[in-house]
Design a protein around this ligand. Structure first.
Ligand code: ADP
Ligand code: MG
Ligand code: MG
Length: 894
């Protein structure tokens, strides 16, 4: 049997249904669903996404498709009692694209297909309006010429403007039937000239032209770019919806509009929408005329001075159609269990539904709608949770540009880290630090950032870069800091010498005010009003409380300071999954002691230096343990190679100063630096390798941890230290270090005369450790998957160097996504799953977590849930998102 490629809908029936989004696209599936539940939908048919995929592989219209379209078309003709392109009474169609996921950048819709010089006469005769008939026809030539034949829309716009000027009129509405008739001829001339081909007058040629154009639009540059940015697969294809035309431009009893079943910006339960009398579909959004409010409730809410405020509402001008629409609003919410975004058209007093889908909404609206629709019995707790997306929380947790504000947009870049930020422009990290310390708010604008800029980024309100992608240094660091960032804004020319930022012909200077919107990737002139995050929004609290009830995964945070720990706790983190200790060696007074330790001739010298660091680290741990009172804290012992603590060999001035400070010769210092040099430090003397060759380093750290734990415990803090050994690849490494750790802990407890419970575990970040997880689990209390290093080592991609080719890989579809952002489930994920299974088999009490960047990524969190991990750990600002994503994972996976 041949494959079904065409699905009929209309007249209270449909061959497809709402759950066939993959096959029929979102628009097609919902047109089918609305027909099924008896809503008034103009009849039509949907050509499947599979037909599109087949066409893109081999661009011919098969007989099979041709026959199925012909059959569906004649079913529509039967239902409508009209014939397609009948010169006496023509049935006309629209041709609409619609992928599984709504995708701007896909082909625009073509309306009024089937009109030509003869059929337009039928339309005129039946409607009794010449003006209406010619208006439809000129729209067809214009849209078809533009969308299908690729003629720049400006040519048509100019022709309309010219004619209006010639007639001395201001609006399209003032053009007469004869004017429109003239315009049609002008438009046809434009098409022939610009496209090199005449506008097709054969209705069937028009229809197939439209269908093929929709197929091809899947691969337009706009669409491809959109999919790449949003990490959507390239192989879904789009469906094509061919639908009977209904006319909102048939006179004063006709109209067209769009609506949300609730206010999409506040979430308030009011029916919210706009419409235009005597207009066709796209006019409402095109902004040619001032749209009118749907009802009095909505109109009253408009700000003073809004032009729609003085216009009559649909409720007033077409009360019956409005009442029907209001009824359908409730039917849709009850049926879809979600707020809907709808399109409708009223033809001569009769209401028709043209589209419905779950409405896009702000973060604030999302939590309100979830809580209220649950309260009204329209959503279950699970549906309410699923209706709130991780991005919504991102919005609620950061400043946003006030949507009501008038803004002047300068440029657009990548939405690299959410939230809005503003301040005066600074072009270097040093300037950022200086200005911020002087109490001024700054935006750091760079061509790109590098690790030297960290301090400046830290002091800036937000970061804007001209180069780099979503995984650029600026983007990754800004997300970690919870700071807004717009990256890769190619329209910016940053001139450090001149101290200017140029966008087109606009030249901004250092010190000029600027705003960025990292949620949308916008660069906005000057300082515009912002809305603060609403963490104590009661609706948000309710949604988070549900998330915590539903999820089974624990959520911890990656935090290295008491401040970050406290912040994360407020966001709902139940413990620290990764406390890195390297910064504890880096502070001003500490680094010199660390260097003293590294340069010491023997163990005794090293111990002497370490003894000075110990109390400082102990104080750090006490702060962190206290901030995490009642929750576990996983402390990772020193991980990076030692050379990171010394100046580079070419930093002459620093080296001289250091030599003097330490009382050694410059040659000696240089020699030591040389000797620590490694070809590939990532794979060199670091992590537990360091702990085994310089045991006194880990011994000092363990002593500081245990002393801190005992000290805070004595003050009544409920402390749960977990000591984590990094970079283990063989069981002996962990076994030896565990013994040493326990010996140190015993010694310290005996000295202090008190006991504290603690755990010892390891990171699983080397593939060999994953392979031999059963052995390692026998000497570990817990595993924490260090998926940054594990990804690096499994792929053999250096994280520091992959930036050169990874964007290309993703762009060209060699990789579906950046594996450092989204866990590579099929590859690296196998190692995680295997290690989890083997580990638990060998040690049933083994506790499992993840602490790589992936711990805050929703798709990776879903994987962690399915793999049976106990918790995920992520940066403080991702914690609420991780809690929600964990709840989603629990719901989706049953
Ligand atoms: P988009 O995805 O850009 O909204 P649509 O396919 O939904 O594109 O159509 C664009 C406009 O044309 C919408 O206002 C829609 O309601 C209107 N429209 C589409 N098909 C028809 C039709 N058969 N009759 C009347 N209006 C239509
Ligand atoms: Mg639409
Ligand atoms: Mg690591």
């Amino acid at each position: 049997m041949s494959e079904k490629l065409v699905y009929y809908f209309g007249n209270g029936e449909a061959e497809g249904s709402g759950d066939q989004r993959d096959l029929l696209g979102g628009k097609g599936a919902n047109l089918a669903e609305m027909s099924r539940i008896g809503l008034p939908v103009p009849p039509g048919f949907t050509i499947t996404t599979r037909a599109c995929v087949a066409y893109l592989q081999n661009p011919v219209i098969t007989d099979e498709l041709r026959e199925q379209v012909a059959a569906a078309l004649s079913r529509v003709e039967q239902v409508m009692g009209k014939k397609y392109a009948d010169p006496d009474d023509p049935l006309l169609f629209s041709c609409r694209s619609g992928a599984r996921i709504s995708m701007p950048g896909m082909m625009d819709t073509v309306l009024n297909i089937g009109l030509n010089d003869e059929t337009v006469q039928g339309l005129i005769a039946r409607s009794g309006s010449e003006r209406f008939g010619y208006d439809c026809y000129r729209r067809l030539v214009q849209m078809y010429g533009n969308v299908v034949m690729g003629v720049d829309g400006e040519h048509f716009e100019n022709a309309i403007d010219d004619l209006k000027a010639k007639r001395g009129v201001k609006t399209d509405a003032e053009l007469t039937a004869d004017d429109l008739k003239e315009l049609i001829e002008t438009f046809k001339g434009i098409v022939a000239e610009q496209a090199g081909q005449p506008f097709p007058t054969d209705p069937h040629e028009q229809l197939w032209g439209g269908i093929e154009a929709v197929f091809r639009s899947w691969n337009t540059e706009r669409a491809v770019t959109y999919r790449r940015i949003n990490r959507l697969p390239d192989d879904m294809g789009t469906a094509v919806n061919v639908q009977t035309m209904v006319f909102g431009n048939m006179g004063e009893r006709s109209a067209t509009g769009v609506a949300f079943t609730r206010d999409p910006s506040t979430g308030e339960n009011v029916f919210y929408g706009e419409f235009l009398v005597n207009a066709q579909g796209e006019d409402v959004v095109a902004g040619i005329r001032t749209p009118q409010a749907l009802n009095r409730e909505g109109r009253d809410r408009l700000p003073d001075g809004n032009p729609s405020k003085n216009l009559p509402t649909l409720e007033e001008v077409m009360p019956e159609a409005y009442a029907e629409l209001e009824r359908i609003r409730h039917v849709l919410e009850e049926h879809y269990h979600n707020m809907q975004d709808i399109e409708f058209t009223i033809q001569d007093g009769k209401l028709w539904m043209l589209q419905t889908r779950n409405g896009k909404r702000t973060g604030r609206a999302a939590v309100r709608i979830a809580v209220e629709m649950f309260g009204e019995g329209l959503m279950t707790r699970e549906q309410a949770l699923l209706s709130v997306e991780p991005d919504h929380l991102d919005q609620l947790l950061h400043d946003q540009v006030d949507p009501a504000a008038q803004v002047s947009m300068l440029a657009r870049g990548l939405p690299a880290s959410p939230g809005a930020a503003q301040g005066e422009i600074v072009l270097s990290a040093e300037d950022a630090v200086a200005a911020a310390q002087a109490g001024r708010k700054v935006l750091l604008v760079r061509r790109e950032t590098s690790p030297e800029d960290i301090d400046g980024m830290h002091h800036a309100e937000g970061i804007l870069t001209a180069r780099g992608g979503m995984t650029s240094h600026a983007a990754v660091v800004a997300r970690g800091m919870g700071k807004p960032c717009v990256a890769g804004c190619g329209d910016l020319v940053v001139d450090y010498t001149a101290g200017t930022v140029t966008v087109g012909d606009r030249v901004l200077k250092a010190g000029d005010p600027l705003t960025i919107d990292g949620t949308q990737g916008l660069v906005i002139d000057g300082l515009v009003p912002l809305i603060s995050p609403s963490l104590d929004d009661p609706n948000l609290r309710q949604v988070m409380a549900w998330a915590d009830e539903v999820r089974t995964l624990g959520v911890r945070t990656n935090a290295d300071t008491p401040h970050d720990a406290a912040q994360a706790r407020e966001f709902g983190a139940a413990g620290i999954g990764l406390c890195r200790t390297e910064h504890m060696f880096f502070g001003d007074e500490r680094i010199s002691k660390m260097r003293e330790m590294i340069l010491a001739e023997d163990e005794a010298g090293r111990r002497k230096a370490l003894a000075k660091i110990l109390p400082l680290q102990q104080a750090d741990f006490e702060g962190i343990f206290t901030a995490m009172d009642g929750f576990p804290v996983t402390v990772r012992l020193l991980d990076p190679p030692l050379h990171e603590f010394l100046p580079a060999p070419d930093m002459t001035a620093e080296i001289d100063a250091l030599a003097e400070e330490l009382g050694v010769t410059r040659e000696h210092l240089l020699q030591r630096i040389e000797s620590l040099h490694e070809m590939n430090p990532m794979l060199g003397h670091r992590g537990c390798r360091l702990g085994l060759t310089y045991p006194e380093i880990y011994e000092t750290q363990v002593e500081a941890i245990i002393r801190a734990a005992l000290a805070v415990q004595a003050r009544g803090v409920d402390v749960h230290p977990e000591i984590m050994i990094p970079l283990v690849g063989t069981v002996r490494e962990l076994a030896v270090l565990r013994e040493k750790t326990e010996a140190t802990a015993r010694r310290v407890m005996a000295e202090v005369g008190a006991e504290v419970a603690y755990k010892v575990g390891t990171m699983i970040e080397i593939p060999r450790a994953a392979l031999l997880a059963d052995q390692i689990a026998r000497v570990a209390d817990f595993f924490s998957f260090g998926t940054n290093d594990l990804t690096q080592m499994t792929f053999g991609y250096s994280r520091d160097d992959a930036g050169v080719f990874l964007p290309d890989y993703v762009k060209n579809g060699i990789l579906p996504a950046d594996p450092f952002q989204q866990l590579d489930q099929e590859g690296v994920g196998q190692l995680v799953a295997m290690a989890a299974r083997k580990g638990r088999e060998a040690n049933p009490d083994l506790h499992l977590g993840i602490c790589g960047e992936h711990g805050g990524d929703p798709s990776s969190i879903d994987f962690c849930h399915r793999t049976g991990l106990d918790y995920v750990s992520c940066s403080p600002f991702r914690v609420p998102i991780a809690r929600l994503a964990a709840a989603h994972a629990a719901i989706r996976n049953g």
